[in-house]
Design a protein around this ligand. Structure first.
Ligand code: NAD
Length: 481
């Protein structure tokens, strides 16, 4: 059902029913390109959350015991619906998150691929038979962990929730997911694909609410067996600590501050082509976004000039306009953070070569920004910018730069550019990150794992590793005679 603006009326999905919250409490949904309220998101009460917990408990029993061929058929049907509805999902995303239509549609198509990959992988979640004593059958089985509580942010409104849903459901778990209150229409459109594909009531429950209230209620509940979170490091620590109090496993996909090391032997123009495209993708609101550029002093001038050219060629605008290549920031908090980080860097001696300020129009638009002469103690060099800022710093010694790159508590993505196989190996070996790309800025793919080290979190999404968190390993020894 769509409202007058072509933006859908948003509901929660609990126990197989689309519903409002118990008290009718809502929060506004704002289009970041216009700052206009385009809808209302219902907020769950504790009673709503309890219904979702009960439904997930019941849903788990049903789903776990559903033959894998049937589970696979339902999830493949959901993937087909996501594919079919990708343009519509992309349109909702453009309205509530701001990203260009093409990016949103592609995100939906890729998420369908991820779902297909996970369900096929789950069909091969084999156990093993271990040689033992005569008359004893010693086996190891992999079983779904149980109902999952998942919390996801707004930067990938369909890809983010679907990473949790596709892994959990493929593994045979049920789930209560709290998607972002800022991008609820996309999450509801995604959940509708699963519901319309024939998923039984209770297997998948979608809630919105006051984030701290929802997590404080769901995480300690004995009905929940795994907590999966994507978001910032401080919130991740908070939720992991809460789960630790009740010894509950967690999967944490947190922030990063990805270094890009461009060596003297790299082609600076080629490197910019890759790195700048990745930098301004989703307006820099990506946990793996390249965000600290260390460029050898012999090529830094050429690299910087090319980066400025590319930044100035970005078409910033409403995601619904066909020409737009970079949308607004998703919310006002991001805009304020960009302004603060630029002001701080400038106050410490940095130069703004292009951008550096919000655009003079309605909406949370911030110009693609290139900074040079950025001192090491500037906030932007150690705080994840999560926006379209590119600080460029020259270097002379690779070992020193590796140490600087690794000095932050983050360890999510890292990038290196070099023509030398030996240097590529030195970077691959030396950079502390869960995701490393050499001579390009590779995005995530369904068949390979993504995840962090250090404070960027633990556990992996994507690839065969994605199911690990959602499956428990059980040893069964059977004395036959
Ligand atoms: P935030 O940390 O306040 O929120 C991030 C997400 O966590 C949101 O979806 C929010 O609803 C949820 N959240 C917040 N408090 C929660 C709680 N107590 N319980 C459950 N969920 C909770 O940050 P933000 O302003 O939305 O985003 C800013 C920062 O978050 C960025 O600078 C970036 O570092 C990080 N971030 C990371 C990712 C990622 O993919 N790793 C995604 C979005 C944001």
């Amino acid at each position: 059902m769509t409202s007058d603006h072509g933006y859908p009326a948003v509901r929660m999905y609990i126990a197989g029913e689309w519903c409002h919250g118990g008290t009718g409490r809502t929060a506004p949904i704002v289009n970041p390109a216009t700052e206009k309220v385009i809808g209302e998101v219902p907020l769950a009460t504790i009673a709503d959350l309890d219904r979702a917990l009960d439904a997930a408990t019941e849903g788990f029993r049903t789903w776990r015991d559903t033959p894998i061929a049937r589970r696979s058929a339902i999830l493949h049907a959901a993937a087909d619906l996501i594919t079919e509805r990708a343009p519509e999902i992309g349109r909702i995303m453009a309205q509530e998150q701001g990203k260009p239509l093409k990016e949103g549609t592609t995100e939906a198509l890729r998420t369908a691929d991820t779902l297909r990959w996970h369900i096929e992988d789950a069909r091969r979640a084999y156990g093993r038979i271990i040689p033992s004593a005569p008359g004893t059958l010693l086996t190891v089985r992999r079983e779904p962990v149980g109902p999952v509580a998942a919390f996801v942010p707004w930067n990938f409104p369909v890809g983010g929730p679907n990473r949790k849903l596709s892994s959990a459901l493929s593994a045979g778990c049920s789930i209560v997911i709290k998607a972002s209150e800022e991008t609820p229409g996309t999450a509801a459109a995604l959940v509708a694909c699963y519901a319309d594909a024939g998923l039984s009531a209770g297997v998948l429950n979608l809630v919105f609410g006051e984030p701290a209230e929802v997590s404080a209620h769901l995480i300690p509940s004995p009905k929940i067996r795994l907590v999966a979170f994507t978001g910032s490091v401080p919130v991740g620590k908070l939720l992991a600590a809460k789960a630790g109090e009740v010894m509950k496993p967690t999967l944490m996909e947190l922030g990063g501050h990805a270094p890009v090391i461009v060596c003297a032997d790299a082609d600076p123009v080629k490197a910019v082509r890759m790195a700048a495209q990745a930098k301004f993708f989703n307006a820099g609101q990506v946990c793996t976004s390249p965000s600290r550029f260390f460029v050898h002093e012999s090529i830094v001038e050429e690299f910087t000039a090319e980066f400025v050219k590319v930044a100035q060629a970005v078409t910033v605008g409403d995601g619904l306009d066909a020409d737009t290549t970079m949308g607004p920031l998703a919310n006002e908090r991001r805009l304020q953070t960009m302004e603060r980080l630029v002001a701080d860097a400038v106050s410490r001696g940095a130069k703004v070569l292009t951008g550096g300020e919000r655009l003079e129009r309605d909406g949370y638009f911030f110009a693609p920004t290139v900074l040079t002469d950025v001192p090491a103690d500037a906030d932007v060099m150690h705080e994840e910018p999560f926006g379209p800022l590119a600080p460029i710093v020259p270097f002379t010694d690779l070992d020193e730069t590796l140490a600087t790159a690794n000095a932050l508590p983050y360890g999510l993505a890292a990038y290196g550019f070099t023509e030398s196989a030996a240097t590529a190996e030195k970077l691959s070996n030396g950079l502390e990150a869960g995701i490393l790309s050499v001579n390009h800025c590779g995005g995530s793919v369904s068949e390979a794992p993504s995840g962090g080290v250090k404070e960027s979190g633990y556990g992996r999404e994507g690839g065969p590793e994605a199911l690990d968190a959602y499956l428990i390993t059980k040893r069964v020894s059977h004395l036959l005679a």
